[in-house]
Ligand binder design. Structure first.
Ligand SMILES: NC(=O)c1ccc[n+]([C@@H]2O[C@H](COP(=O)([O-])OP(=O)(O)OC[C@H]3O[C@@H](n4cnc5c(N)ncnc54)[C@H](O)[C@@H]3O)[C@@H](O)[C@H]2O)c1
Ligand SMILES: O=C(O)C(=O)C[C@@H](O)[C@H](O)[C@H](O)COP(=O)(O)O
Ligand SMILES: [Zn+2]
Length: 354
């Protein structure tokens, strides 16, 4: 099992309070804390306030939005924990999307050198990806997740009812990470995603396909928690995707994480054709499918150098080389693929000309 310390339980439920009770009871009253963000606090927390108050759980609320995944917000959580008597045996419950679970997970894993935390993901992206697997972190210096830790939550409780209030753009964003899971490990999962109807969602079916996606994530995490080896598969699309996401932020035209990953996957599938013999016919089909869902992120040739510079900060890089995870075919991965600057620019040119 490599360097894994699989410890998180993934629970699927439509009765959140019942699942939570068992966890809260293991901690002394007054030692369980809640972190959430403003959207969830307004939309969903009123239904649970009485339950949390009865259980003696105090709450900190962080402003919603990716731009708040920053050190100042971590400070706010640390202050809240410190002022309310949080000790090493306390538990922090994180309710929100990937922004919140990354941020509050990071706060928990660093407070007093680490306390337990439990994730309740409320977006599709956080249910299939961000809340699972123990990557926590914040953006820093214009770079995605530049500072963070690897530590798994004690549990992840997935309730698809939360997705009923998600806007379409955020659903579509989470769907990109599911496409990624299909591409890197499970062609059947990819096929079951193709007919998904965003306008007419069957939540029971959605819960099933969320499970299939989480299974892919868990497989890689269980075998390589700290990303020394095959976990790099989960980063497919992100070398270029994070560069797009950071560039978009710099240019004040931010894009959602999943959209950036979809754009990145197209460029990295092109690299897969050139480096690993990925079938060109599959590249064309997948490119058209993803373009149809995600549209196109407009870039000009003058952005190439900045995108390349951003890729030089990717966490998979070694000895100054930009390392990609690429695909020889759907469902197969090739990690540590070092591409030349010229080839990376060719992939960006391919994307730009679509
Ligand atoms: N740790 C990991 O392994 C991992 C994996 C993938 C992505 N991420 C990170 O996750 C973040 C993106 O997460 P996200 O897409 O969930 O974004 P997010 O957390 O910003 O949530 C998206 C929007 O949905 C709102 N929202 C949340 N839950 C809602 C609900 N139930 N109903 C209505 N609105 C709701 C939020 O307020 C926000 O406006 C990025 O920072 C990305 O880097 C981390
Ligand atoms: O769990 C992983 O490993 C991933 O790479 C999942 C990604 O979808 C996620 O966006 C992750 O936060 C990216 O990590 P980073 O190490 O490239 O910052
Ligand atoms: Zn991602």
């Amino acid at each position: 099992m490599g360097n894994s310390t699989i410890y998180s339980k993934i629970l699927y439920t439509r009765d959140l309070e019942a699942e939570l009770k068992a966890y809260i009871e293991k901690y002394p009253k007054g030692k369980v804390f809640l972190a959430t963000e403003t959207t969830m606090d307004e939309l969903w927390l009123p239904r649970f306030n009485a339950f949390f108050e009865e259980s003696g759980v105090k709450k900190v609320v962080i402003p919603a939005g990716e731009h708040n995944k920053k050190i100042e917000s971590v400070g706010k959580i640390w202050e809240f924990l410190s002022h309310n008597g949080c000790d090493r045996k306390s538990l922090l419950i994180n309710i929100g999307g990937g922004m919140l679970t990354d941020l509050a997970g990071f706060a928990a894993t660093t407070f007093k050198r680490g306390i337990d935390f439990l994730n309740i993901p409320t977006t599709l992206l956080s249910q299939v990806d961000a809340s699972v697997g123990g990557k926590t972190g914040i953006n820093f210096s214009g770079l995605k997740n530049e500072v963070g830790t690897f530590k798994e939550p004690i549990a992840v409780i997935i309730n698809t009812d939360f997705l009923k209030t998600i806007d379409r753009e955020n659903l579509v964003s989470g769907f990109a990470e599911m496409i990624k899971h299909g591409l890197i490990h499970n062609p059947e999962h990819l096929e079951e995603l193709k007919p998904f109807d965003f306008d007419n969602i069957d939540y029971d079916h959605l819960q099933e396909i969320i499970r299939h996606s989480v299974n892919v994530k868990e497989y890689f995490v269980a075998n390589d928690l700290t990303e020394n080896n095959i976990r790099k598969a989960l980063n497919f699309g992100h070398t270029v995707g994070h560069a797009f996401e950071s560039l978009a932020m710099e240019q004040k035209r931010p894009v959602l994480h999943g959209y950036a990953v979809a754009y990145g996957m197209i460029a990295e599938l092109y690299l897969s054709v050139k480096m690993c013999g990925f079938p060109e016919s599959d590249l064309n089909i997948l490119t058209q499918w993803m373009l149809g869902i995600y549209g196109k992120f407009e870039i000009s040739e003058s952005d190439f150098e900045r995108l390349y510079q951003l890729m030089t900060h990717d966490k998979k890089n070694e000895s100054g080389r930009i390392n990609f995870t690429l695909l020889p075919e759907i469902g197969q991965i090739a990690i540590n693929q070092n591409c030349s600057k010229e080839l990376i620019q060719e992939a960006l040119e391919y994307y730009r000309n679509l």
